[in-house]
Design a protein around this ligand. Structure first.
Ligand code: B12
Length: 408
């Protein structure tokens, strides 16, 4: 249905809501149960038709059975104990909520129009605009949290002096990989190789000639047990692999946090470093393995650049050897690994090894992202100089890294 900006209710949507995992904290994680309940309640009051609730250990690891049960029960509680789902549009007529709905619809409409002007979403993605807007908003939010202007309980207020690690779900990456490889070998040993080869050739041909239905051919190939990797390789033979253009933004973080004493201190330390060493401290932010979470990496890249670092941003999905080579070629002082997909125990020791092979063990390796406290010692022993998890204040991490560099 066509959206009429004068009447936000003309936007008839089927809605699925996911409570915001981003707003959940590694620190004092039981606070996350309350946060998720309020977010889920908001979604239910906004008459969402389906709902996902995050677990209390969202910012630490994959959920345990315990944390998943609490997350599920949060929904059941809202549904079966509060009965809010029995009413149609319970907030209908509330002046304040209607005003908010109106405001958000109009602001969303501005974004939609910006995208339309670029020729639609596919074209907009090519220009990098939607991602840029997300990154600007993330940097701004991070700066507001870091400077204390936006309260996050347990992070920038009411923080505990000491926290005991909670029970988490531990997954042995090496074992998972071994199992997966064994399953692939088994699968490939029990399929009609000739039929798979033909199906994949048909895909390559379709991509080359742009004739036929690619999705249909991919479904047929999958039915013959071609793997996802083989199907995408069959396309890649003709069209190559999509390479995202890496763009970093500057000035957004500092515009929100100029007065923060820690930010000012980090800037001063960068200036002193540059005077002493003849160049700015240089950091490369690396994303390795199959970890596509680049928001934190982009946020810290922006923050460090605004503090006065010279920042290089590695592409997504680098191998440890590629990341180490890029760090050496760019002659960085620090290689900062951002790891959110549980690859830290394998990929970080590997990148340290690769730096050694290149004779550059002097490059400081630091890590950030979703790394459970239980794994810190393992990483320190592997040679990581400092670890900065979710909730890290960017200026403080910059100061810490500069202090380590100074001490060397
Ligand atoms: C947003 C998000 C996504 C987005 C990512 C968008 C993007 N472009 O980045 C989307 C929806 C695409 C996504 C997808 C998936 N996600 Co996700 N995601 C998250 C979430 C909710 C927030 C991450 C985030 O952006 N935080 C905000 C940033 C600013 O914080 P941050 O990265 O932690 O960075 C801070 C610090 O860590 C530190 N820092 C970070 N990097 C560095 C680097 C250096 C050098 C330094 C000094 C500091 C530093 O400083 C930053 C500022 O404080 C987390 C849960 C969580 N709350 O952390 C799950 C989470 C990371 N995702 C998870 C999973 C499982 C997935 C999927 C596999 C889900 C699926 N089955 O498809 C996919 C995988 C995609 C892929 N290819 O990797 C898991 C990972 C589990 C694990 N580690 O064991 C998590 C932990 C959720 C969970 N508990 O299950 N995800």
């Amino acid at each position: 249905k066509q959206f009429n900006p004068k009447n936000p209710k003309s936007l008839a949507l089927r809605t699925h809501s996911q409570t915001s995992g981003w707003s959940l904290t590694e620190q004092d994680p039981f606070n996350n149960v309350g946060r998720t309940c309020i977010e889920a309640m908001g979604a239910a009051l906004g008459h969402t038709q389906s709902l996902h609730t995050n677990a209390l250990d969202e910012a630490i690891a994959l959920p345990t059975d315990f944390s998943a049960r609490i997350a599920r029960n949060t929904q059941i509680y809202i549904q079966e104990e509060t009965m809010v789902t029995k009413q149609v549009d319970p907030w209908g007529g509330s002046y304040y909520v209607e005003a908010l709905t109106n405001e958000i619809a109009h602001r969303a409409w501005e974004h939609i129009q910006e995208i339309e002007k670029l020729g639609g979403m596919a074209k907009a993605i090519e220009t990098g605009l939607p991602k840029l807007r997300i990154e600007e908003a993330s940097a701004r939010t991070q700066a507001r949290i870091d400077s204390g202007r936006q309260t996050i309980v347990g992070i920038n207020k009411y923080r505990l002096d000491h926290e005991d690690p909670i029970d988490i779900l531990e997954i042995d990456n090496t074992e998972v990989r071994k199992d997966q490889v064994a399953r692939l070998v088994d699968l490939k040993g029990h399929r009609d190789e000739e039929a798979v080869k033909k199906a994949l050739e048909a895909i390559t041909e379709c991509v080359r000639t742009k004739e036929g239905n690619l999705l249909d051919l991919a479904v047929k190939a999958a039915g013959l047990r071609a793997t996802l990797g083989e199907i995408s390789d069959a396309c890649e033979d003709v069209v190559g692999r999509y390479k995202a253009v890496i763009r970093t933004i500057s000035g957004v973080y500092s515009s929100e946090t100029k007065q923060d004493p820690d930010f000012i201190k980090a800037q001063q330390m960068c200036e002193e470093f540059a005077k002493r060493e003849g160049r700015q401290p240089r950091i490369m932010i690396a994303k390795m393995g199959q970890d596509g979470h680049d928001r934190g990496a982009k946020v810290v890249a922006t923050g460090y650049a605004d503090c006065g670092f010279d920042v290089d941003m590695g592409p997504l999905f680098q191998t440890p050897a590629e990341a180490a080579r890029m760090a050496v070629e760019n002659d960085v002082h620090i290689l900062g690994v951002s790891s959110l997909a549980a690859g830290h125990k394998t990929l970080i020791p590997q990148v340290i090894e690769e730096l050694k092979k290149l004779g550059r063990e002097d490059i400081l390796v630091t890590a950030g992202g979703v790394i459970p406290a239980q794994d810190y010692d393992f990483l320190y022993k592997a040679g990581v100089a400092a670890i900065f998890g979710p909730g890290t204040r960017i200026p403080l991490s910059a100061i810490k890294m500069l202090e380590i560099l100074e001490g060397e």
